[in-house]
Design a protein around this ligand. Structure first.
Ligand code: MG
Length: 257
């Protein structure tokens, strides 16, 4: 068993690791609150962008895991900071309130006429939004996304995440989206700039090989794959290269200090 005591900072993915959106996963509350009680630093690094950081913190708090906005690095926030840093003040955003709020906080305006198209999960995606994205990209606009997940688990239901609709935009335009959430280099830059840390002190826990494990390994964090989400034990065991977790947890109960 891994010595978890040596880590000073614990970073958690949200979907499939802490919750299934409408319900907490077993042991999540106890695990996070025990770490906090023992003086460990806890952060949540997520590609969930339908809610702002503030609302994600509120949702965690309601679930009995007290959290603040500063403990959350979300892909919507990361995308907004990216545009802000690049001096991009206008984007066409196919996205929900969470992303729009983060853009607004960084003074990035949304417009139907822009040189940058941002896609995130949008439950009101339409034929016309796809046409608008196509028109802008055909005129030279760049395409970005907050993530590339296929699925979004809500309780026992599977909903589409970013990839299915993003593929429609990519298919029509022939342009590949630049990812701004996990596992991108920009998300890594955000985490290192926002949080003062030494990589060797960090345990990163997530349920996805392609987003979480690649991200954690890229950051030189110790990577832990938890089997409560999108990855089977078989897939975890057979993972290779950057996707390979340093350790595999059945549930968050396995984290014992
Ligand atoms: Mg996840």
């Amino acid at each position: 068993m891994m010595d978890f005591k040596r880590f000073k900072t614990f970073m958690f993915d949200l979907d499939g690791t802490i919750w299934k959106w409408t319900e907490l996963l077993p042991y999540a509350q106890k695990c996070v609150n025990d770490l906090t009680k023992k003086g460990k630093k806890v952060y949540f690094v997520t590609n969930v962008a339908v809610l702002s950081r503030k609302d994600l913190a509120g949702k965690l708090t309601k679930f009995g895991i007290p959290a603040t906005e500063e403990q959350i690095i979300s892909s919507g926030y990361t995308a907004a900071k990216y545009f802000d840093e690049k001096g991009i003040d206008k984007v066409y955003a196919i996205a929900e309130r969470g992303v729009l709020e983060e853009l607004n906080k960084c003074d990035v305006n949304t417009s139907e006429k822009a040189n940058h198209v941002l896609y995130s999960v949008d439950r009101n995606f339409t034929f016309w939004k796809l046409k608008r994205a196509y028109d802008l990209i055909a005129d030279g606009a760049a395409l970005y996304t907050t993530g590339m997940n296929k699925y979004w688990s809500v309780g026992d239901e599977i909903y589409p995440a970013e990839a299915p609709f993003l593929k429609a935009i990519e298919e029509m335009t022939g342009q590949k989206a630049i990812v701004l959430g996990k596992p991108s280099d920009y998300m890594k830059k955000r985490v290192f700039e926002d949080i003062l840390l030494f990589p060797e002190d960090v345990l990163f826990i997530g349920d996805s090989l392609k987003t979480d494990m690649v991200f954690a390994n890229k950051c030189n964090f110790c990577s832990a794959l938890v089997l409560t989400g999108s990855t089977t034990a078989e897939e975890a065991k057979n993972a290779k290269g950057q996707e390979k977790p340093r350790t595999i947890l059945r549930t968050l109960r396995d984290i014992v200090l």
